[in-house]
Write a protein of this length. Structure first.
Length: 121
């Protein structure tokens, strides 16, 4: 995993890479701490596929107590990210930011290197 300031990387050479901004790291830490998951838990990032090549990928974020056995575990500054093998190729290269805008509201923003929402093909 990389963060805007170039923090730690994946735990293995075959793990996907996820780029997190400082704002995203801060918000993830805050969420995990509120749920008591900061020490042992983590955030799962998963991709859901639509029907056909032109359908954009959709990404989900879920806080979890522990990773599944087959998950890639990405270590960042004070957080862990869990990614299943099924989602790994789609999540690889994903940039995750947290934005807070008076006009648009607040939330996580995904930017994928394969274009808008990371297409399946």
């Amino acid at each position: 995993m990389s963060v805007a300031e170039e923090h730690p990387t994946p735990t293995s050479a075959t793990s996907p890479t996820v780029h997190l901004t400082s704002a995203a790291v801060e918000k993830i830490q805050e969420m995990l701490e509120e749920e008591g998951l900061l020490e042992e838990g983590g955030l799962r990032i998963s991709a859901h596929f639509g029907a056909g090549c032109s359908t954009p990928l959709q990404f989900d974020l879920v806080m979890e107590v522990e990773p599944q056995e087959e998950d890639s575990i990405l270590q960042g500054p004070g957080i862990r990210i869990f990614i299943s093998p099924r989602s790994a190729w789609a999540v690889d290269g994903l940039r995750l930011d947290y934005v807070d805008s008076p006009l648009m509201g607040s939330g996580f923003a995904f930017q994928h290197p394969r274009g808008r929402s990371g297409r399946a093909c």
